[in-house]
Design a protein around this ligand. Structure first.
Ligand SMILES: [Zn+2]
Length: 80
């Protein structure tokens, strides 16, 4: 069973769709205008997959660079 709900896209503000996939307990939010996509677990609320052009992509990049900095610090302390 699948429930479709009309929502406002959090990325560009135009009309998008949210699909409730009760079989797999997933929620899929998508926007046809800006290619926004988010798949999250209905039960835990955890985001499984997310894609959006613009702000969200930049946010993901900054998270990755912070993570790699922490990794290099950790490996330095092991060498000492
Ligand atoms: Zn959008």
């Amino acid at each position: 069973m699948q429930i479709v709900q009309k929502i406002r896209c959090p990325n560009c503000g135009s009309e998008g769709e949210r699909h409730y996939l009760s079989d797999s307990q997933l929620t899929r939010t998508q926007c046809p205008r800006c290619d926004y996509l988010m798949i999250s677990c209905t039960r835990t609320g955890k985001v499984i997959e997310a894609y959006a052009p613009g702000i969200y992509a930049q946010c993901e990049l900054s998270v990755k660079s912070v993570h790699s900095t922490q990794l290099s610090k950790a490996s330095t302390s092991y060498q000492l």
